[in-house]
Each structure stands twice: as structure tokens, then as C-alpha cells.
Design a protein around this ligand. Structure first.
Ligand code: C2O
Length: 365
């Protein structure tokens, strides 16, 4: 049977260590979402003519950048107990990744509830797609811009590899920059060019070397290691399986460039590599969503490569797995993997400005 998320507003515990240890947490482990006393309804994808055009974070127009900054500022201004607040959005990641929820309707062989974990398996891409989808819609709603679209950190092309400029200044027009986060690695901020194969130690490569390495990594994640469905999406994970007894494998992007970026941005001088370097805290850095917008885009790029084997799972246990979110109208909705496969139905696109959509295509390591 598919992994099923319970009613997150009634079945929820504080985040515990789960798969990653949390020492002396500097962010809260109280990650449960606020309850507004609503019943869960199956999400109906709005039929709308608007298309949200996600833009490369290093190439935003003035309007795109201003809207984005204003939207994050508006989100930060909400009280924490609002489901749309900055903290509530950050806690979604913590709750789904650090043992706050148990899978609905299953017990393990000893009769105990089975924790839900959306990483290290084929739930990784669809869960994060829905998460970023609602986050984008909430931001648009907060500033009243119907076609509001998120930037994506385009680390698969050389010009997009540095941490996008807009995230760096502490202040912006004399006000605190809402995109700034204190818990980032100082050395990485100085280098700016991401290391997509980062393993915890800076390699001090020249810029040219680093670019080549990164292109190799993207090739590896999207072509060599992602050659078939489960290689790309991650291992099969169904109801009742725990993290411990059957670690389903992470897919090629998840275990590769995706995790490297988290570790490279997170501050290893903090007790748990906050913010980006740990599940429970990653959502507190606005870069998280911009990174994940690009991770989401790699799903589309992989599909567009149209190589044999580049097909989404068709197993009903994947198609019918579901999560629960607050949508932009604060309705509590259940969403299914099968409804997020086609991004056209979700009314967003990615703006591809470069002539070369696959600059890493010839970078076979
Ligand atoms: Cu849920 Cu980038 O991790």
C-alpha cells in the first residue's frame, strides 16, 4: 500500500533525532503545524489560465526580485502560529523529516506506529514538488500577485553556480534583507561558487576546475546514475516500512548534487550544520526553496532528455502516496504523487534563458 500522511494537525509529535541527530538545537524541535480545526479535503488543482514562470535567481528582473523580496518580507511579518508564516513553512520540512508524523493506517510487527520519512526514497521528488508549489502560491497570495513565481538557483549552468547575489546582503534599501540567513557557512559565502560534490571539506579548486567538476556531477546525477526510474527517483518505499529495516536508497539527484548543496551552504560551526545542513532546520533558509525549485527542475530536465529509462514510476504505491498541506487559502488538503507529475497542470514553468539547456551534456566524467 502507498505511504499515507495522517491528519497532521492531530497526529504530530515534537521532532526527535530520527535519522539525523539533533544536538542542542538552535531552531525549535516543536514542528507541528497549527490546527485551525479543519477537515482534510482532497486537493482540487485550480483550473487557471495564469502561468507562473519561475526565473533563474541570478537573472531576475527588477520586478521579479522586488516581488520576491516583498513576499518573503510579508511572510516573515506573519505571526508564527499562522500556517502561512515563515516559521510554519520552515517547520513543514522538520515535521516530515524528523519523525513528527506516523504513517496512517499501519503498525509494525510489534504493533507500534511507523514513522513517516520522505527522504531517501522515491517520495523525495513528489513531496518537495508539492511543498514548493504551495509555498509559491502562498507567497503570491501574500502580496496579491496572481502569477507570482519563485526564482530557482540554477547551479547546473556556469553563470548560475554562485550563491545568487540577492541572498547575500544583510540589508536591502536600508531594511534587513529578508533573504539573508545568519546560519550559513562563511567560507562558502566567500567562494560563492557551489561545489556540487561537496563532502564536508572545501577543495579550494580554481573557478574553472570547479565549474567542470560541477558539470560532471550534473551529468552523473541526470544521466549516468539516473539511468532508470528508481535510480533517479530513489528506492521503493511503501506503507509500513521503517527507516531502519529497509533503508530505501536515495535517488541520484537527492544523494548527489542536492545533498551536496545543503551541506555546502549549512554552517558546520553550528551544532547541527544549521540551517541548510540538517533536515530539521533547512526550511529556515530562504535559499532552501530556491535550491529545491532547481531540484524540481532537474526532474523536468531529466524527463526532457527523453533517454530510454527516463520515465516516472507507474507503480500504484508511488502514484497514490499522499501528503497533507495547508494551501494558499488555508484549506487543509491532501495531495497525491500522481497529480504532480505534469507541471503544466500545476500552472508553472521554468524560464530557460540560455541557448544551451543542457550545458553539462558533454561532461561525461
Ligand atoms: Cu527535504 Cu533538500 O531536502
Amino acid at each position: 500500500a502507498p505511504v499515507t500522511t495522517p491528519d497532521i494537525t492531530s497526529i504530530c509529535k515534537d521532532a526527535k533525532d530520527g535519522t539525523t541527530k539533533i544536538d542542542a538545537a538552535i531552531r525549535t524541535r516543536k514542528c507541528c503545524p497549527p490546527s485551525l480545526g479543519k477537515a482534510i479535503k482532497d486537493y482540487v488543482i485550480p483550473s487557471e489560465r495564469i502561468v507562473r514562470k519561475r526565473w533563474p535567481a541570478h537573472q531576475g528582473t527588477k520586478k521579479q526580485v522586488d516581488d520576491y523580496i516583498n513576499a518573503i518580507a510579508a511572510m516573515r511579518a506573519l505571526p508564527d502560529d499562522d500556517p502561512h508564516s515563515f516559521a510554519s513553512q520552515a517547520k513543514i520540512h522538520c515535521a516530515y523529516c524528523n519523525g513528527a508524523y506516523n504513517q496512517e493506517g499501519v503498525l509494525d510487527k510489534d504493533g507500534n506506529p511507523v514513522p513517516l520519512q520522505i527522504h531517501n526514497s522515491w517520495l523525495f521528488f513528489p513531496f518537495h514538488r508539492w511543498y514548493v508549489y504551495f509555498y509559491e502560491r502562498i507567497l503570491g497570495k501574500l502580496i496579491g500577485v496572481d502569477d507570482f513565481a519563485l526564482p530557482f538557483w540554477k547551479w547546473d549552468e556556469p553563470a548560475g553556480m554562485p550563491i545568487p547575489e540577492i541572498f547575500l546582503p544583510k540589508e536591502f534599501k536600508g531594511r534587513p534583507n529578508p533573504l539573508f540567513d545568519v546560519y550559513r557557512d562563511a567560507g562558502s559565502l566567500e567562494d560563492r561558487i557551489v561545489d556540487l560534490a561537496f563532502q564536508g571539506k572545501d577543495k579550494d579548486r580554481s573557478v574553472d576546475r570547479q565549474i567542470l567538476c560541477n558539470l560532471n556531477t550534473v551529468y552523473r546525477d541526470l544521466v549516468r546514475n539516473g539511468a532508470d526510474t528508481l535510480g533517479f527517483f530513489g528506492g521503493k518505499y511503501v506503507a509500513g516500512k521503517t527507516d531502519d529495516d529497509s533503508k530505501p536508497a536515495a535517488g541520484s539527484v537527492e544523494s548527489g548534487s542536492h545533498t551536496a548543496v545543503h551541506r555546502w551552504v549549512g554552517d558546520d560551526k553550528q551544532p547541527n550544520d544549521e540551517d541548510m545542513g540538517n533536515f530539521y532546520s533547512a526550511g529556515y533558509d530562504p535559499l532552501f526553496y530556491v535550491h529545491h525549485a532547481n531540484v524540481d527542475r532537474t526532474w523536468k530536465l531529466w524527463k526532457d532528455l527523453a533517454l530510454p529509462g527516463h520515465v516516472e514510476p507507474t507503480d500504484p504505491d508511488w502514484l497514490n502516496a499522499s501528503y497533507v498541506f495547508y494551501d494558499e487559502n488555508k484549506n487543509l488538503v491532501r495531495v497525491y504523487n500522481k497529480d504532480c507529475v505534469d507541471i503544466n497542470k500545476l500552472s508553472y514553468r521554468f524560464i530557460e534563458n540560455s541557448k544551451e539547456v543542457f550545458p553539462w551534456r558533454k561532461s561525461r566524467p
